[in-house]
Design a protein. Structure first.
Length: 228
Protein backbone atom coordinates (compact mmCIF):
# COMPACT_ATOMS: atom_id res chain seq x y z
CA UNK A 1 0.00 0.00 0.00
CA UNK A 2 2.79 2.39 0.91
CA UNK A 3 4.10 2.95 -2.63
CA UNK A 4 0.66 3.93 -3.90
CA UNK A 5 -0.01 7.68 -3.80
CA UNK A 6 -3.32 8.40 -2.07
CA UNK A 7 -5.41 11.52 -1.76
CA UNK A 8 -7.93 11.21 1.09
CA UNK A 9 -10.99 13.46 0.99
CA UNK A 10 -13.30 13.50 4.00
CA UNK A 11 -16.19 15.72 4.99
CA UNK A 12 -19.91 15.94 5.65
CA UNK A 13 -22.75 15.22 3.24
CA UNK A 14 -23.04 17.68 0.37
CA UNK A 15 -19.64 19.30 0.88
CA UNK A 16 -18.69 18.27 -2.66
CA UNK A 17 -16.45 15.26 -1.91
CA UNK A 18 -17.89 13.02 -4.62
CA UNK A 19 -17.64 15.72 -7.28
CA UNK A 20 -14.09 16.65 -6.27
CA UNK A 21 -12.92 13.03 -6.06
CA UNK A 22 -14.30 12.16 -9.49
CA UNK A 23 -12.59 15.19 -11.04
CA UNK A 24 -9.29 14.42 -9.32
CA UNK A 25 -9.39 10.73 -10.27
CA UNK A 26 -10.13 11.60 -13.89
CA UNK A 27 -7.43 14.28 -13.94
CA UNK A 28 -4.71 11.97 -12.66
CA UNK A 29 -6.06 8.75 -14.21
CA UNK A 30 -6.22 7.25 -10.70
CA UNK A 31 -8.60 4.80 -9.06
CA UNK A 32 -11.56 6.09 -7.08
CA UNK A 33 -12.97 4.73 -3.83
CA UNK A 34 -16.49 5.87 -2.96
CA UNK A 35 -16.48 4.42 0.55
CA UNK A 36 -19.93 5.86 1.28
CA UNK A 37 -21.33 3.59 -1.43
CA UNK A 38 -20.19 0.54 0.55
CA UNK A 39 -22.01 1.77 3.67
CA UNK A 40 -25.04 2.67 1.53
CA UNK A 41 -25.11 -0.81 -0.04
CA UNK A 42 -24.79 -2.43 3.37
CA UNK A 43 -27.72 -0.37 4.67
CA UNK A 44 -29.79 -1.26 1.60
CA UNK A 45 -28.97 -4.96 1.94
CA UNK A 46 -30.08 -4.90 5.59
CA UNK A 47 -33.30 -3.16 4.61
CA UNK A 48 -33.99 -5.69 1.83
CA UNK A 49 -33.42 -8.66 4.09
CA UNK A 50 -35.42 -7.21 6.97
CA UNK A 51 -32.39 -7.18 9.27
CA UNK A 52 -32.61 -4.70 12.13
CA UNK A 53 -30.06 -1.90 11.71
CA UNK A 54 -28.80 -2.47 15.26
CA UNK A 55 -28.23 -6.20 14.79
CA UNK A 56 -24.49 -5.67 14.58
CA UNK A 57 -23.34 -9.18 13.75
CA UNK A 58 -26.03 -9.83 11.14
CA UNK A 59 -25.38 -6.50 9.39
CA UNK A 60 -21.61 -7.11 9.50
CA UNK A 61 -22.16 -10.50 7.88
CA UNK A 62 -24.01 -8.73 5.05
CA UNK A 63 -21.18 -6.18 4.72
CA UNK A 64 -18.63 -8.99 4.48
CA UNK A 65 -20.55 -10.80 1.76
CA UNK A 66 -21.96 -7.90 -0.24
CA UNK A 67 -22.98 -9.17 -3.66
CA UNK A 68 -22.20 -6.04 -5.66
CA UNK A 69 -21.20 -5.38 -9.23
CA UNK A 70 -20.13 -2.05 -10.66
CA UNK A 71 -20.90 -2.11 -14.38
CA UNK A 72 -19.21 0.71 -16.33
CA UNK A 73 -21.76 2.65 -18.40
CA UNK A 74 -21.46 3.19 -22.13
CA UNK A 75 -19.78 6.45 -23.25
CA UNK A 76 -20.86 9.29 -20.95
CA UNK A 77 -23.32 7.07 -19.06
CA UNK A 78 -22.92 6.60 -15.28
CA UNK A 79 -21.70 3.33 -13.80
CA UNK A 80 -24.52 0.91 -12.96
CA UNK A 81 -24.55 -0.56 -9.48
CA UNK A 82 -26.08 -4.00 -9.09
CA UNK A 83 -26.93 -5.33 -5.64
CA UNK A 84 -27.74 -9.04 -5.68
CA UNK A 85 -28.20 -8.67 -9.43
CA UNK A 86 -30.70 -5.76 -9.24
CA UNK A 87 -29.93 -2.32 -10.61
CA UNK A 88 -29.94 -0.08 -7.53
CA UNK A 89 -28.07 2.88 -9.09
CA UNK A 90 -30.94 5.30 -8.43
CA UNK A 91 -31.86 4.06 -4.97
CA UNK A 92 -28.21 4.16 -3.92
CA UNK A 93 -28.02 7.95 -3.98
CA UNK A 94 -31.31 8.81 -2.23
CA UNK A 95 -31.38 10.51 1.17
CA UNK A 96 -33.27 7.50 2.55
CA UNK A 97 -30.29 5.32 1.66
CA UNK A 98 -27.88 7.93 3.10
CA UNK A 99 -29.72 7.66 6.38
CA UNK A 100 -29.59 3.83 6.35
CA UNK A 101 -25.85 4.08 5.64
CA UNK A 102 -25.26 6.48 8.50
CA UNK A 103 -27.07 4.07 10.85
CA UNK A 104 -25.10 0.94 9.93
CA UNK A 105 -21.89 3.01 9.94
CA UNK A 106 -21.96 3.33 13.74
CA UNK A 107 -21.44 -0.44 14.10
CA UNK A 108 -17.84 -1.48 14.77
CA UNK A 109 -18.19 -4.94 13.23
CA UNK A 110 -19.53 -3.36 10.03
CA UNK A 111 -16.63 -0.89 9.85
CA UNK A 112 -14.19 -3.77 10.43
CA UNK A 113 -15.85 -5.86 7.72
CA UNK A 114 -15.44 -3.05 5.18
CA UNK A 115 -11.91 -1.99 6.14
CA UNK A 116 -9.84 -4.38 3.99
CA UNK A 117 -12.21 -4.07 1.05
CA UNK A 118 -11.52 -0.31 1.09
CA UNK A 119 -7.75 -0.72 1.47
CA UNK A 120 -7.71 -3.05 -1.53
CA UNK A 121 -8.57 -0.04 -3.70
CA UNK A 122 -5.06 1.33 -3.13
CA UNK A 123 -3.57 0.31 -6.48
CA UNK A 124 -1.07 1.99 -8.77
CA UNK A 125 -0.96 4.53 -10.31
CA UNK A 126 -2.86 6.07 -7.36
CA UNK A 127 -6.10 6.39 -5.43
CA UNK A 128 -8.51 9.17 -4.60
CA UNK A 129 -10.58 8.08 -1.58
CA UNK A 130 -13.90 9.70 -0.61
CA UNK A 131 -15.51 9.27 2.81
CA UNK A 132 -15.61 10.21 6.47
CA UNK A 133 -12.55 8.39 7.87
CA UNK A 134 -10.23 8.07 4.89
CA UNK A 135 -7.56 10.25 6.52
CA UNK A 136 -8.15 9.22 10.14
CA UNK A 137 -8.53 5.42 9.87
CA UNK A 138 -8.39 3.80 6.44
CA UNK A 139 -5.44 5.57 4.82
CA UNK A 140 -3.61 7.24 7.70
CA UNK A 141 -0.38 7.49 5.64
CA UNK A 142 -1.99 9.38 2.75
CA UNK A 143 0.36 12.26 1.84
CA UNK A 144 -2.56 14.55 1.05
CA UNK A 145 -5.66 14.72 3.23
CA UNK A 146 -8.41 17.23 2.63
CA UNK A 147 -11.29 17.89 5.01
CA UNK A 148 -13.93 19.49 2.85
CA UNK A 149 -16.79 21.40 4.49
CA UNK A 150 -19.47 23.95 3.70
CA UNK A 151 -22.24 25.42 5.82
CA UNK A 152 -25.20 23.07 6.41
CA UNK A 153 -27.47 25.57 4.61
CA UNK A 154 -25.30 25.59 1.51
CA UNK A 155 -24.99 21.80 1.52
CA UNK A 156 -28.76 21.40 1.80
CA UNK A 157 -29.21 23.85 -1.07
CA UNK A 158 -26.75 21.90 -3.24
CA UNK A 159 -28.49 18.62 -2.48
CA UNK A 160 -31.86 20.24 -3.20
CA UNK A 161 -30.73 21.34 -6.65
CA UNK A 162 -29.12 17.96 -7.33
CA UNK A 163 -32.21 15.92 -6.39
CA UNK A 164 -34.61 18.37 -8.05
CA UNK A 165 -32.69 18.10 -11.32
CA UNK A 166 -33.14 14.33 -11.13
CA UNK A 167 -36.89 14.89 -10.88
CA UNK A 168 -37.15 13.98 -7.17
CA UNK A 169 -39.85 15.69 -5.16
CA UNK A 170 -37.79 17.26 -2.36
CA UNK A 171 -38.23 19.93 0.27
CA UNK A 172 -35.36 22.23 1.27
CA UNK A 173 -36.28 22.49 4.96
CA UNK A 174 -36.57 18.69 5.25
CA UNK A 175 -33.24 18.21 3.49
CA UNK A 176 -31.55 20.65 5.87
CA UNK A 177 -32.92 18.73 8.86
CA UNK A 178 -31.81 15.41 7.38
CA UNK A 179 -28.32 16.75 6.70
CA UNK A 180 -28.02 18.10 10.23
CA UNK A 181 -29.22 14.81 11.73
CA UNK A 182 -26.72 12.85 9.63
CA UNK A 183 -23.88 15.28 10.52
CA UNK A 184 -24.68 14.75 14.17
CA UNK A 185 -24.76 10.95 13.95
CA UNK A 186 -21.58 10.79 11.85
CA UNK A 187 -19.65 13.23 14.06
CA UNK A 188 -20.76 11.99 17.46
CA UNK A 189 -20.37 8.25 16.95
CA UNK A 190 -17.71 6.55 18.98
CA UNK A 191 -15.91 4.78 16.12
CA UNK A 192 -14.17 6.63 13.30
CA UNK A 193 -16.25 9.79 13.77
CA UNK A 194 -16.31 12.43 11.09
CA UNK A 195 -13.45 14.75 12.04
CA UNK A 196 -10.38 16.16 10.31
CA UNK A 197 -7.16 14.17 10.64
CA UNK A 198 -4.49 16.13 12.52
CA UNK A 199 -2.54 16.54 9.26
CA UNK A 200 -5.56 17.34 7.04
CA UNK A 201 -5.95 20.59 5.16
CA UNK A 202 -9.35 22.06 5.96
CA UNK A 203 -11.15 23.62 3.05
CA UNK A 204 -14.48 25.41 3.43
CA UNK A 205 -16.18 25.30 0.04
CA UNK A 206 -19.03 27.69 1.00
CA UNK A 207 -19.11 30.27 -1.77
CA UNK A 208 -16.46 28.45 -3.82
CA UNK A 209 -17.34 26.98 -7.19
CA UNK A 210 -16.57 23.37 -8.15
CA UNK A 211 -13.68 24.48 -10.36
CA UNK A 212 -12.19 26.70 -7.63
CA UNK A 213 -12.23 23.82 -5.13
CA UNK A 214 -10.55 21.56 -7.67
CA UNK A 215 -7.82 24.14 -8.46
CA UNK A 216 -7.04 24.63 -4.77
CA UNK A 217 -6.74 20.91 -4.13
CA UNK A 218 -4.65 20.46 -7.26
CA UNK A 219 -2.23 23.10 -6.00
CA UNK A 220 -1.95 21.26 -2.65
CA UNK A 221 -1.45 17.95 -4.45
CA UNK A 222 1.50 19.38 -6.35
CA UNK A 223 3.07 20.43 -3.04
CA UNK A 224 2.40 17.23 -1.08
CA UNK A 225 2.92 14.75 -3.92
CA UNK A 226 6.02 16.07 -5.66
CA UNK A 227 6.05 13.17 -8.13
CA UNK A 228 2.92 14.54 -9.82
N1 LIG B 1 -18.18 23.87 -4.66
C1 LIG B 1 -19.42 23.61 -5.04
N2 LIG B 1 -20.30 24.61 -5.28
C2 LIG B 1 -21.58 24.37 -5.64
N3 LIG B 1 -22.09 23.13 -5.82
C3 LIG B 1 -21.28 22.10 -5.60
C4 LIG B 1 -19.91 22.28 -5.19
N4 LIG B 1 -19.36 21.06 -5.06
C5 LIG B 1 -20.33 20.16 -5.35
N5 LIG B 1 -21.47 20.77 -5.69
C6 LIG B 1 -22.76 20.15 -6.06
O1 LIG B 1 -23.38 19.77 -4.83
C7 LIG B 1 -24.02 18.51 -4.94
C8 LIG B 1 -23.47 17.55 -3.88
O2 LIG B 1 -22.10 17.30 -4.17
P1 LIG B 1 -21.42 15.89 -3.91
O3 LIG B 1 -20.10 15.90 -4.59
O4 LIG B 1 -22.38 14.79 -4.21
O5 LIG B 1 -21.19 15.98 -2.31
P2 LIG B 1 -20.80 14.86 -1.25
O6 LIG B 1 -20.14 13.73 -1.99
O7 LIG B 1 -19.83 15.54 -0.31
O8 LIG B 1 -22.07 14.48 -0.58
C9 LIG B 1 -23.79 18.05 -6.39
O9 LIG B 1 -24.94 18.36 -7.16
C10 LIG B 1 -22.61 18.87 -6.85
O10 LIG B 1 -22.65 19.13 -8.24
N1 LIG C 1 -15.94 6.35 5.09
C1 LIG C 1 -17.24 6.47 5.37
C2 LIG C 1 -18.16 6.82 4.35
C3 LIG C 1 -19.49 6.93 4.68
N2 LIG C 1 -19.89 6.67 5.95
C4 LIG C 1 -21.31 6.70 6.34
C5 LIG C 1 -21.75 7.99 6.96
C6 LIG C 1 -22.54 8.69 5.90
O1 LIG C 1 -23.60 9.47 6.42
C7 LIG C 1 -23.07 7.56 5.02
C8 LIG C 1 -23.19 7.88 3.54
O2 LIG C 1 -21.97 8.42 3.08
P1 LIG C 1 -21.84 9.12 1.64
O3 LIG C 1 -20.44 9.65 1.55
O4 LIG C 1 -22.29 8.20 0.59
O5 LIG C 1 -22.89 10.31 1.77
P2 LIG C 1 -22.88 11.77 1.18
O6 LIG C 1 -22.68 11.64 -0.32
O7 LIG C 1 -21.75 12.53 1.82
O8 LIG C 1 -24.23 12.29 1.55
O9 LIG C 1 -22.12 6.49 5.19
C9 LIG C 1 -18.97 6.37 6.93
O10 LIG C 1 -19.33 6.19 8.08
N3 LIG C 1 -17.66 6.26 6.61
Amino acid sequence: MSNVPIIAIDGPSGSGKGTLCQTLARHFGWHLLDSGALYRLTGMAADRHGIALNDELAVAELAKNLDVQFVPGADGEPTLVLLEGDDVSGELRTEKTGLLASKVAVLGAVRDALLQRQRDFAQLPGLVADGRDMGTVVFTDAPLKIFLTASAEERAERRYKQLKSKGDNVNLATLLMEIQARDKRDSERELAPLKPAADAIQLDSSGLGIEEVFERVLAEAKIRLPSL
